[in-house]
Ligand binder design. Structure first.
Ligand code: PLP
Length: 406
């Protein structure tokens, strides 16, 4: 039998995966042409064995990198014992994790759920319920332009970017958007009808943009004056990412929110979210008013406890490496006029360009680097907390090559 010279070329592993997905999966994601197979530390490997330095960690989720020996061990151990209980029963890890979170945040109570958007939903419900107890007219929420709080209806209603909202209008009534750091607009937006205000300490998806200390302080004062709740979205800028447990701890004066929504890094890649709250906020939500089937299961809680055990010692390294990364990026800024600004805190880093950055993300693949571009012009780096200076040096070497093309 002669071999046929007309046979169609066989598909690569990536093409096979792409073909299957394009036939059967909802086409709501615009994926990069990269199929990942495994990870180790700060490195990822694709299905063909190519190695990448992961500077995005699954959009800020794989906090201890990939395949961390202590996390893998805890997952193995707990999965052989008990995965899920529902919230009908107790297990030993929810209370321990709540205590840890309360201690590091200055809040009074914790609630666990499964994702960031769900943490925002719960926070909005608490603000609404707090308002209702005072007056049925007290239901307004203030939020910021350019913010991102999630994809479910409540979270979308307070997300200040029309491109995410437009197809789903009408959304929740009573949401007012103001510009980040515009204190006059903040004051004008508040009234006795305000139930709460929500903002990220550092806008993530919006381009690594911090809320100023005086804006934060003003929001706190206005919430106190109008008996409204301050909701801090710490989903991207929290749980260690900014070099502190939460970004409000970077402020020179201590200011506490009433509610903190958290998610992404807390369970090292397992889906987990939650809300931390003051007793005043907790008083707005009685038994039976909110809940979830999956939230706070024994596996995710135990992994999060292990994560905190490691994080406590990692924070100083994260601050040091983050600062080093920004310094090195500023070195590149001095050579490349298209870099407008390098900013961020801890291991949450943005490089603002005056050109569109999408192609640079693709160039990153060729140079073994994973990062992304948000808001068209901001290269975003959210590496794992275990990143070291030697990894930064590798990143800078690759970025030098990429930037030299522009
Ligand atoms: C600040 C912020 N809030 C909320 C969310 C929504 O989180 P999730 O995608 O887990 O629902 C995100 C996700 O990127 C976020 O960055």
């Amino acid at each position: 039998m002669s071999s046929s010279s007309t046979a169609a070329p066989s598909l690569s592993k990536l093409q096979k995966i792409q073909e299957l997905e394009s036939n059967y999966l909802l086409q709501n994601y615009g994926r990069y042409p990269l199929a990942l197979d495994r990870g180790k530390g700060v490195y990822l490997y694709d299905v063909d064995g190519n190695k990448y330095l992961d500077l995005l960690s699954g959009i800020g989720v794989n906090s201890l990198g990939h395949n961390h020996p202590r996390i893998s061990k805890v997952i193995r151990d707990q999965s052989a014992k008990l995965l899920h209980t529902s919230n009908l029963y107790y297990h030993e890890f929810q209370g321990k994790l709540a205590k840890k979170l309360v201690e590091v945040s200055g809040m009074d109570r914790a609630f666990f759920c499964n994702s960031g958007t769900e943490a925002v939903e719960g926070s909005l419900k608490i603000a609404r319920s707090h308002g209702h107890k005072i007056s049925p007219e007290k239901y307004e929420i203030i939020s910021l332009e350019n913010s991102f709080h999630g994809r479910t209806f409540g979270a979308l209603s307070v997300t200040g970017q029309p491109k995410y909202r437009a197809d789903f209008e009408p959304l929740l009534p009573g949401v007012k958007f103001i510009e980040r750091n515009d204190e006059a607009a903040l004051e004008a937006a508040f009234s006795e009808r305000t139930a709460g205000i929500i903002f990220e300490g550092i806008q993530g998806e919006g381009g690594i943009l911090p809320v100023s200390e005086s804006f934060f302080a003003k929001a706190r004062a206005l919430c106190d004056q109008h008996n409204a709740l301050l909701i801090h979205d710490g989903i991207q800028c929290g749980v260690g990412r900014p070099g502190k447990y939460f970004s409000y701890q970077l402020l020179s004066q201590p200011i506490l929110p009433d509610l903190i929504a958290f998610a992404k890094p807390i369970s090292c890649g397992l889906p987990m979210g939650g809300i931390l709250m003051s007793q005043k906020a907790a008083d707005a939500l009685g038994t039976g008013m909110h809940g979830t089937t999956f939230g706070g299961g024994p596996l995710v809680c135990r992994v999060a406890l292990e994560f905190f055990d490691i994080l406590d010692d990692l924070l100083p390294q994260m601050v040091r490496v983050g600062e080093y990364f920004r310094e090195e990026l500023r070195g590149l800024q001095a050579k490349h006029g298209f870099i407008k600004e390098v900013r961020g805190a801890g291991l949450m880093i943005g490089v603002e360009l005056d050109i569109v950055g999408k192609q640079m993300v693709n160039d990153g693949f060729e140079n073994g680097l994973l990062f992304n571009c948000t808001h068209e012009t901001v290269l975003r780096f959210l590496p794992a907390y275990i990143l070291k200076e030697k990894h930064v040096d590798k990143a800078i070497k690759g970025l030098k090559k990429i930037f030299s093309k522009y």
